[in-house]
Each structure stands twice: as C-alpha cells, then as structure tokens.
Design a protein around this ligand. Structure first.
Ligand code: ADP
Length: 270
C-alpha cells in the first residue's frame, strides 16, 4: 500500500468532542505538509492582512516543536497570567500566543504526545483571547501527533494548506487534504507559495514547477486561493521581526495577502 492510501477515509469521519476557542468567532488552521514551505510566513502575513481590512485577529503559534512567532513578530516578553489565564501579547494590533514566549529559544522541545495535548489545551482553553473575529493557528508541519490532537480537540472552522509547487511537496499536500477530510475539518483552500520568481527582465520564472498546487486543488475538489511569488523582501522583513504586510503596505506581495484576506473575510460572512 502506498503511504497516501493509508489516510484514505474508509468510513464517515469519526466524531470527536471539539471545543471552540473562547473569545473568537472563527478559528482557521494554517497547515503545510512539509516544513520550510512558508507556512508561518503565510500565517503571520495573513493575520496582519485581515487586521488591515478591519478584522480583530489573534495569532496562535501551535508549532510546539518549532515556534516562529517570537522571531517573526520580534516578541521577547513573557505573557502574564491573570486568574489562571494567560494574557496574549499584543503586537501590531494582533493578540499573540506561542510556546516560544514561555521557553528559551535554544531549548529543544522534546515532548511526548500527552504533553503536546496538554499544551494545546492550555493554548485553546486557558488563554484570554478577547472579542476576535479570527484566530489564525500556525500548525506544525505534517500530519503527525500535534496536528491530529489539535484537529480532534478543537473546533476548527477551516484549514488553509500552504505548499510550494514541487512534486515532492504535492504528495504531502494530498496527505494533508485527506487528513482534514477524515477529521471533518473544512478546507478553505490551497495556496501556492514561492510559485515563481520575477526577474529583472520582468519575466516570471517558475523555479519549482508550475501549476501543481492548483491542479491538486482541482483534483480533490478544493478551492485554489492563489499564488505568492518568491520575493527576497518577504524573508528580509520576516527576519527583521516585522512581516512584509506590516512593513510595506504598497508592496505587490502585500497586495496579494490583502486579496487573500478579503476572500477569507467574505467566505465567513464578515
Ligand atoms: P514554514 O513555516 O513552512 O517552516 P517559514 O514561514 O518559516 O516556513 O518560511 C521558510 C523560509 O522561507 C523563511 O526564511 C521565509 O522568510 C522564506 N519565505 C517564505 N515565503 C517566501 C516567499 N514568498 N518569498 C521568499 N521567501 C519566502
């Protein structure tokens, strides 16, 4: 049996008791099948774009093993706790929470499944999120323990799968699609990140191949939300701790994110 076939939903999705995150209208999971495809970059910039079009947004970095939010948002403080609840850190107008706020950056997170489950419960039930339209959740890559626990324990309203267009990444995207289908989580769409590079000659160069994410979306009857080019500015602003959407509101990549945000806002009737 090929690995992709093991995730095939053979029965109707199993029902789990899923608790909604208090303090938000909607929870959207940003997922990728592989690490390094730009999932955290997407999650942070999407959150900022939603804020820029008038939504109240929280950002939950659920990537327990490799939190990125402290660096991408340049947050060095620790969250306070009041009456047994953690108070999110407000940065760039977004309510933020990450395991990285509570641990030392250099300490590896060597955690077993039950510890991961308990951390996820803390972040979804014991954080004082306030009056939000959306919580954007930066999920860990893959279809592993953390990912499954989150999808089973928390009422996730939609998932967005981010991928690069290489064949090898697409295999994993299919696994991600099947996992969400099996868990009964609606997939809001697929995003093709680092789709092409625009040269000095203004031509598009599809470095990792062309159209693969869109074709995968069509094949599995999912929405294709769009493409984001490879642009060194994206990495540069991320490394400075102020993502591109917050740093440069007229940049072409920012405009792409604002377009994603408008689509998502209207999908949820806001
Ligand atoms: P993941 O969360 O999937 O592991 P990251 O968001 O950390 O991936 O991104 C991996 C690297 O790719 C980072 O250095 C980031 O700045 C860079 N990156 C992401 N998207 C783009 C893009 N569209 N153009 C250029 N660099 C990008």
């Amino acid at each position: 049996m090929r690995p992709t076939e093991t995730m095939e939903p053979k029965t109707t999705p199993k029902k789990f008791i899923k608790n909604p995150i208090k303090g938000t209208k909607f929870t959207i999971a940003i997922s990728s099948a592989k690490g390094g495809v730009g999932k955290s970059t997407f999650a942070t910039n999407l959150a900022l774009a939603l804020k820029n079009i008038g939504c109240k947004v929280g950002l939950l970095d659920a990537d327990i093993y490799g939190p990125s939010l402290p660096k991408l948002f340049s947050i060095n403080e620790k969250p306070k706790s009041e009456e047994g609840k953690l108070i999110p850190i407000n940065k760039y107008g977004i309510q933020c929470m990450s395991i990285g706020f509570l641990t030392d950056e250099q300490t590896p997170m060597i955690w077993r499944g039950p510890m991961v489950t308990s951390a996820i419960k803390t972040f979804t039930q014991k954080v004082d999120w306030k009056d939000l339209d959306f919580i954007i959740v930066d999920m860990p890559p893959g279809t592993g323990d953390t990912q499954l626990t989150f999808a089973q324990e928390v009422k996730v309203d939609g998932a967005i799968i981010v991928s690069t267009p290489q064949e090898i990444a697409l295999q994993d995207v299919i696994r991600g699609i099947k996992m969400f289908d099996k868990l009964g989580v609606q997939i809001d769409g697929l995003v093709d990140n680092m789709s092409y590079f625009i040269g000095d000659d203004k031509k598009k160069y599809p470095i990792f191949g062309e159209g693969g994410v869109k074709k995968t979306a069509e094949k599995f009857n999912k929405k294709f939300l769009g493409e984001i080019p490879i642009d060194p500015d994206v990495g540069r602003y991320g490394d400075k701790g102020k993502p591109i959407v917050e740093s440069n509101n007229s940049h072409p990549v920012t405009k792409i994110y604002l377009d994603f945000a408008s689509k998502i806002k209207s999908n949820y009737g806001l």
